[in-house]
Design a protein around this ligand. Structure first.
Ligand SMILES: C[S@@+](CC[C@H](N)C(=O)[O-])C[C@H]1O[C@@H](n2cnc3c(N)ncnc32)[C@H](O)[C@@H]1O
Length: 197
């Protein structure tokens, strides 16, 4: 990642200080309900910036055995391994997202985008596209509000996201999230993007 003070040390310190208000403690409803309606469980899924990996555990325990977890900080990945000991080690990536290589059918976004400095949002879009197979999808939630203070979390607005993603992706859905968890209700957008060939 280029020019970023929000590095591994920053995030590990947040975990060490229990300064992790982003952690919902379980899979969030938008991701759960999205996964619940998928029929093909053979798909290869990546959850970047997954932290303790509640979404990954839910996917894995519900039959999506080819799910991969990635985080720049080792600390939450260690907790994840303890919480889900049967999860294959080779599907755990302790790595900067921007250095990851692979090809996925589906990438799930859950409070990772908002943790990155807005200056690297275009880099995020390009990297997501690179990591997806042809017709692969990037799906999840984004904050749809401007927090009016320095992040993380860094917010944004729907039109801004439409412009950001529309060059590289077909926007299948980008709308107010109706099933956010209670503390985030009214602040989130649900989105589903398909990679442009
Ligand atoms: C706001 S937290 C969200 C964690 C998790 N998605 C959740 O909802 O609990 C952001 C996560 O992204 C990770 N992260 C930040 N920058 C990263 C990067 N460049 N590559 C991989 N992970 C990163 C952090 O270590 C942290 O676990």
């Amino acid at each position: 990642m280029t020019n970023n003070l929000l590095d591994e040390k920053y995030w590990t310190t947040r975990y060490l200080n229990y300064s992790t208000a982003w952690d919902a403690g379980e899979v969030t409803l938008p991701i759960k309900q999205y996964l619940d309606q998928l029929i093909n469980k053979e798909i290869k899924i990546l959850v970047p910036g997954a932290g303790n990996g509640h979404e990954v555990i839910y996917a894995f325990e519900n039959g999506f055995k080819n799910t991969h977890i990635l985080d720049i900080s080792l600390l939450p990945l260690g907790l994840f391994e303890k919480a889900c000991p049967e999860f294959p080690k080779e599907q755990i990536h302790h790595q900067d997202f921007f250095e990851h290589t692979g090809q996925y059918d589906l990438i799930l976004e859950q409070t990772f985008f908002c943790s990155l400095p807005p200056t690297i949002r275009e880099e995020y879009v390009k990297k997501m596209k690179e990591l997806l197979k042809p017709s692969g999808k990037l799906v999840g939630v984004l904050f749809g509000v401007d927090f009016k203070k320095e992040g993380p979390p860094f917010g944004g607005e729907l039109e801004e996201y439409r412009q950001l993603f529309s060059n590289e992706f077909e926007i299948v859905k980008l709308e107010t999230c109706y099933n956010s968890i209670p503390p985030r209700m009214g602040t989130e957008l649900f989105f589903s993007l398909r990679k442009n060939q």
